[in-house]
Design a protein around this ligand. Sequence first.
Ligand code: GDG
Length: 451
Amino acid sequence: MARLVAVSNRIPLGDNPSGGLVVALEDALRTSGGLWVGFSGETVEEPSDDLAFHEGAAFGRASFDLTPEDHETYYLGYSNSVLWPVCHSRADLMRIVPEYLDGYRRVNERIARLLVPHLKPDDRIWVQDYQLFPLAQELRKLGVTAPIGHFLHIPFPGPTDCATLPNPDELFTWLSHYDLVGFQAQRDLDNFAASARSLSDFAQLSEDRFRIAGRDMRAGVFPIGIDAEAFIAEAEGAREEDRMRSLTGAQIMIGVDRLDYSKGIPQRFRAFQALLDGDPSLTEQVMLLQIAPPTRESVDAYQQIREETEHLAGRINGQFATVNWTPIRFIHRPIPRHELAGLYRQARIGLVTPLADGMNLVAKEYVAAQDPADPGVLILSRFAGAAEQMPEALTVNPHDTADMAQAMRQAIDMPLEERRDRHAALLRCVLDHDVGWWSAAYLEALAQARA
Ligand code: GDG
């Protein structure tokens, strides 16, 4: 079996990863073995010109450092101030700075150079996410002939959003050097085909085959999953002392998201406010536990979302709290994974209401963590990739406060039998399409794309 070499922006070298890609890739590599290469998280003035190898995992791990300038331009700049907002339909938050694109190209070129001496001819190379779009082109320039695939964890922009990029055509040139590009949802594949249509040299050869600038490539839909069995075990084994104790009888609604503007946390808070406003009998009967670890804090848009979220939670709590009850509990730091599993299980409602999201693994973790005999209800935004796979959730439009408040009400009142029926269907999906299924389906398609 050819060795799997996965490359991602970040490689976790400590514990407690929070971030969907890291969680999923760790599961995939633990099963298949191979090598994972990524940024160490350290910035240094003079990074080494070779990878650093790390022991202590079931698979090989190798990292590289970045200069502070590269981190600023490649990571915070082009990746997270240009591509991320555009892919999440927030071109208004984009900052186009020429140095960002230069840094992005330069770092991808450097990663290719670091990687090549460690590659074997029969490796399969699997590049992850939007920080590394140009990597296949750079590897090909250096003579790499092995199969190279890309998986995009976030949404692919449609024609209107693509047109806001400083370099829309280059995005497609980068992608055309992969044998296979994988997306989370049908919506993304449709956006890819629709956006590519404006290129001068583009043809769609079949449903999943495209020719861009004379190069043939494939694209497909591979919805990512979780390690469902392991997560079920984690939730079942959650210890009593890790649970929330201070409430007697109040139902818990839980939200778990990196504090990102794409996750719709203020919209969720406003819907909760509307729910409480509309029904005073819910006082002390329901609470919202929002876990939102910090992310990309030096980007302005992230400072703004933090301020907005804290301000709103403070205002709602001030309006409704009693001596014995705080309606919103907002935790702005990561919590350990086993605690998370126990809290999901304890919560009667899972709130997954992003404005845009590639997949959203929290939706799947929440379902896996439930007690099938008395499960909670998942409220899911139609803009999460997960909505294509999970129609048995209560599907909401996160921009519509009244619609979301109504779904919260419906979830609170939902009879046991309906909760069980919906949960059984959702759990089937989470178990059938777990992370092992995802990586196997993707890698099989990569092998076929080359054959
Ligand atoms: C990207 C795409 C796509 C969160 N807080 C804590 C914590 N987490 C864990 C969750 C979950 C993961 O982080 C978040 O995954 P999501 O999928 O919800 O979102 P992104 O981070 O935006 O991930 C997304 C994903 O990639 C995979 O392809 O689904 O659409 O945006 O696993 O549980 N974990 C711990 N403490 C926390 O406080 N331990």
